[in-house]
Write a protein that binds this ligand. Structure first.
Ligand code: R5P
Length: 311
């Protein structure tokens, strides 16, 4: 097995390789003066089972293109099997037509990965599980819930917990976390979004009075959904609100918004490389999913069960 990394999250790729006790494949990913991407693999990969670690986070289009070119280089170098390890799958939110004459960009991205030569895809907390159906190659969608549940129990274990989904679409994810927290009760924020990047809380479904609320979501981008939900929960009498969100996209002024919000803390994973602003935040903490990804890679390579990781 070989682990190859693009440039989007080298620390994560190194940690996965460290877990598996294999060196990272010797590759250079460089830019021409006009920003064209050039990939050169400096070791033999003929007949190898290769895992390319490249979350397609900011800058999304550059990182996606880098992934596609890495896959193309591996295919032309006769790798036996190429797995795109994309812990954060950019464009996943565009998984349906929100209106007439709009694209389904997540499907386009799935087509691009497949056409480039990926044989499998490994991702974490896809925005919607159905995105797996956009691929006609095997996909594994891992869940950060076990990592999050362990942390919640360590930090908030003795308290009266309620798991909260910040929108109706996230209820399945929230229920899965609640199950790992001794079947904690659920609440749902009834969120409406008129424009991308702006959200407005309408209502809280469920009783949160006096409860330590754990908000769970797949993505925090502008932070609007999260900060509005936290305030609405406190307005309804919640004792405290902490958030566990897999992918810290944290665009624009999101970190400042979180820092000045009513949230006790925001816990994200290292699916996306943390920015300096994130590292400097006094409210944001990062959990690693490298062992989870490393173990999934090991099992894929050994052709053993990946789903049993979540039993
Ligand atoms: C939306 O359905 C997602 O699950 C997230 O709730 C959303 O992407 C968060 O975006 P923002 O932080 O910009 O409100």
């Amino acid at each position: 097995m070989k682990i190859m990394a693009g440039n989007s999250n080298l620390p994560l790729a190194r940690a996965i390789a460290g877990y598996l006790e294999v060196p990272l494949t010797d590759v250079s990913v460089r830019r021409f003066a006009d920003e064209e991407i050039f990939v050169e693999i400096h070791e033999n990969v003929r007949g190898e089972d290769v895992f390319v670690v490249q979350p397609t986070s900011f800058p999304v289009n550059d990182n996606l293109m880098e992934l596609l070119i890495c896959i193309d280089a591996l295919r032309r170098a006769s790798a036996k099997r190429i797995t795109a390890v994309v812990p954060y799958f950019g464009y996943a939110r565009q998984d349906r037509k929100p209106g007439p004459r709009t694209p389904i960009s997540a499907k386009l991205v799935a087509n691009l990965m497949t056409q480039a030569g990926a044989d499998r895809v490994l991702s974490v907390d896809l925005h919607a599980g159905q995105i797996q159906g956009f691929f006609d190659i095997p996909t594994d969608n891992l869940y950060a819930a076990p990592v999050m549940a362990a942390d919640v129990l360590t930090r908030y274990g003795g308290q009266e917990l309620t798991v909260v989904s910040p929108d109706v679409g996230g209820v399945v994810r929230a229920r899965a976390l609640a199950k790992r927290l001794d079947n904690a009760p659920l609440a749902i924020v009834d969120k409406r979004r008129d424009k991308p990047g702006q959200s407005e809380v309408m209502n809280i479904i469920g009783d949160v009075s006096g409860r330590a609320c754990i908000l769970i979501d797949d993505i925090v981008d502008s932070g609007g959904t999260l900060c509005n939900a936290a305030q609405a929960l406190l307005d309804q009498g919640a004792a405290s609100v902490a958030a566990y969100i897999t992918h810290g996209v944290l665009s624009g002024g999101a970190v400042a918004r979180v820092d000045s919000s009513a949230l006790k803390e925001l816990v994200i994973t290292d699916s996306i490389l943390a920015t300096e602003a994130t590292d400097a935040s006094n409210k944001i903490r990062v959990l690693t999913i490298a062992p989870l990804l490393g173990e999934a890679v090991r099992r894929i390579a050994d052709e053993s069960s990946v789903s049993s990781l979540f039993d």
